[in-house]
Design a protein around this ligand. Sequence first.
Ligand code: ANZ
Length: 830
Amino acid sequence: MSANLLSQPFRAIFTEVEEAARSQWAAEKVDSCNLDSDNPKHRYVLGMFPYPSGNAHMGHVRVYTISDVIARVSRLRGYNVLHPLGWDAFGLPAENAAIQNKVDPAVWTAENIRKMKDEQLNRVGFSFDFDHETNSASPEYYKWTQWLFQELYDYGLVYRAEGWVNWDPVDETVLANEQVIDGCGWRSGVPVERRLLPQWYIRITKYAQALWDGLESLKGHWSDEAIAVQRGWIGRSEGVEIDFPVVGPGEGGDQAITVYTTRADTLFGVTSITLAPEHPLAVTLASAQQKQAVAEYAEWASGRGEVERESAERTGVALGRSCRHPLTGEVVPIYVSEYVLGGYGSGAIMNVPAHDARDFSFAISEGLPVKQVILPQEGAAPVELTEAYTDPGFMHGSGEFDGMRSDAARQKIIDFVAEKGLGKRKVNFRLRDWLISRQRFWGAPIPMIHSEKHGWGKAPDLPVMLPSNPDFSKGSGSAMALAPGFVDTTWPGTDEPARRETDTMDTFMCSSWYAWRFLDAKNNETPFSKNRADKWMPIDYYVGGLEHASQHLIYFRFISRFLHDIGRNPEPEPVRNFLDNGMVRLGGAKMSKSKGNVVVPNETIDKYGADALRLYILADTPLRRDIDWNDAGIEGKQRFLSQIWDLCSKLADGAVPTAPDIKTPRERAAMGELAKLSIEVAADIEERRGFHNAVARLHGFFGEVRPLVNAADPAELPVMRHVMAEFTKVLGSFAPHMAEALWRGAFGGTGSVFLESWPQLDPTFMEKDEVTYSIQVNGKLRGTIDVAADAAEADVVPIARAHEKVAPHLEGKAERRVIFVPKRLINFVV
Ligand code: ANZ
């Protein structure tokens, strides 16, 4: 940096300062990471990779500023740090843009990546090593996504089955949920139909228990909420399956309906049985009179979305048949209703209107009895319920279980039912198999082929390349089939005709394994080498929004466990510490282009500089809270940086001692502030996730040290220079551009400040020359005194005894004991 920049006001030259620092980093390869270095200390710091929309937003700035601070602090503290960035580059927006603007999605995506990387994110000063960049839409990457699919297939974790999709009858294409707006296709505007089509699934349910138990094994930091979201998604429940025999005469009269319940304690309150529309017995069992109504209802309901089914008004149709209660022998009617889901439990439930809210409203609309079997108080009389009573309580109307506490009775009834052979204990999960196929173009082609003779098999010679210049004239789902030469192929090792699968994979598949690819981004022989995975996994710090805690994290943890099981990943879990950060809002609302309330990073950087932006986005708000954007806040950060700049410019002339000789109280005080700063900021970042506290400490340090520098004698200036030079090393993780400029420009650094080490100070610097003692009489505070920190008890106690506010309380009383706590407290017990 030219010396004359230093003499100018920071506000006038910050852009120049920032650009100069970035060119130095690029030229000197300051951010590069040698993955095979033999430094035994290493850290993998990862922010969730972005979708390349072409517009970096404040959400990106927040995530990567956090990961960048951890990465920079870690490097200065002696770690070899991997802090990479890549692109989650497949997906719908590219395809939509391609259809609208008639460009190849590959071209559109490449241009967006260039914009986001070179023109936007680069300007924030993130220390990414782009030697390890990945792009999930490149053949070099998706070759291995396809490999992963085929591995899962080889291990029996992939299957094909019919699944419901949104079908646009005009565009003749399958729509993603996001493309259905108010029940209509986003392009055609006509109502969307639900259709059953063959789909590829991944058997993630086989890992449900492991994914559940794994949450228990996480030893690093995971917020309770991130864990809770996953528990909700996996949804493990312990219950019992109970058989209700069907009462004859009629078809299926010798059968039983198996229900799944988590509330065996309510068994005596059952007043009906309800089947899911998909239940195989629904139509079969229906009486002749009801068969058609049941069939029509079942067909209508099966086509409806799950959320809709669970939240709609309770509807249903009686089968005209009944079941016998296995314990009481009572006969109860059977219904079919959409709120019972086909894919969960046994697809049939026992209705207990008195104790389940859904059953209560169903019973009211069907005129079914409400039978209370749990009472809030022991010995209370049942009353007419106006809503379901869902709390625990005391058993009633339940035979030999009466009077027991309901939670204890639950276990007893399960045992009883099991002993009698009427049912068995059962664990269920809400987690469903992962529907992975998408009838779209811009994704990793599913690497399977089909022949009439051989059925389905793996496509040889990966990657199965995505055709270029797709023809979207018949909608996105057909582009693959229309690509010349894509579909027709031959069965491996023969010249028999075969057809390629035209579906592509869910993009969550691409992001389920990207963390491993960063370890070996250029490897063409294997997805990643085992040595690298053994060394670098699990990720030490993973940063991203809580909105990814359900899907992405579940898929990521699943693939991590799978890779572990096949011997390619050292530990089952992929992440040690998960840092879920809040959002950035404006005027209380989430920033969004459609609402027109966005603050654009590039414009902010033009106005205030990247360092001010970085400080601002970390300051004041704890990691997990949302930030409400406020221009005054970022102006304050720019002012703070200007003050640092001015002070350091003033100090610039003269030598900076590396091991200064500390003599005066002022020098000692400045060193004390530096010691406190370096120790506490390291702990804030590495252990406490207190990014906002760390920024507050930068302010605190400066507030204490600036007056010391301003008051310093010429003889004290070398130490002051030393303190401020060391300060730039701490500041650098937060405001890297300024720190680099000052380190080289004001303090004579010959290389990058980021190749230096974190200040290591003797903590005794933090000890004050003087300490304050509280003086108590019988535990009650009467006064304080300031004495030399190393003063002995024998010197301090007489001073305390003579204190003007203390002496009157001691006068004329017998001193029984004196409690002395060094550097803190004296208590006279009288
Ligand atoms: C009787 C009962 C009484 C229930 C009561 C609840 C409260 P989780 O915890 O999510 O597993 N259920 C079972 N299978 C179902 C299906 N396929 N579709 C919709 N609901 C179903 O929930 C288990 C409870 O959800 C089960 O316990 C059953 O209702 C219902 F006072 O049985 B319960």
